[in-house]
Design a protein around this ligand. Structure first.
Ligand SMILES: NC(=O)NC1=NC(=O)NC1=O
Length: 163
């Protein structure tokens, strides 16, 4: 949608446009309240600024909308379609999918939440390598990295939604 159109939508509709960028209501509502945006640059700057406020609770809330890496998102809602598109690089390599499945389990046992990575632009092998690297992080380090990836996914989706 065009920025001018987004600026003029009623608040609930404007929030619905942002809903699939990240499942954090506080962020969606603050983004809507800060309209009108003079440019796409201002929109993205505000999105980044607000995303700096995210903590563990926000992160856990957002994870519900992200399927595991290597698992095909089910359903037809927009997040599922976006996830399938973003994760397309994982491809049909059965060995890689199995390795991702095992590494995801190790990760979830260690950190207690699912592994999140900005999948767009990364091959399946690169994501497996990142998963294995990040397994060595301390919980505090890993929350920082994972929040950074959530921010990247959110900005990518925002930039695809409002042009
Ligand atoms: N667990 C995940 O990292 N999921 C995802 N990363 C993306 O970039 N899209 C997803 O669905």
């Amino acid at each position: 949608m065009k920025l001018a159109g987004f600026n003029q939508l009623p608040p609930e509709q404007a929030q619905a446009v942002l809903a699939h960028c990240v499942a954090i209501k506080r962020w969606q509502q603050a983004m809507v309240a800060a309209r009108p945006y003079a440019s796409l640059g201002a929109l993205c700057q505000q999105a980044r600024l607000l995303a700096q406020e995210w903590g563990e609770a926000d992160f856990v809330q957002a994870l519900a909308a992200h399927p595991r890496i290597g698992e095909r998102a089910r359903g037809e809602h927009k997040e599922a379609a976006l996830s399938r598109q973003e994760q397309a690089a994982v491809g049909e390599d059965a060995e890689l999918r199995q390795a991702l499945r095992i590494a995801n389990q190790d990760y979830e046992q260690r950190f207690g939440y699912l592994f999140l990575i900005r999948a767009k632009g990364r091959s399946g092998q690169e994501m497996l390598a990142e998963l294995q690297r990040r397994l060595a992080n301390t919980p505090a380090q890993e929350l920082g990295e994972a929040l950074g990836q959530l921010r990247e996914i959110t900005l990518l989706r925002l930039q695809e939604s409002i042009i």
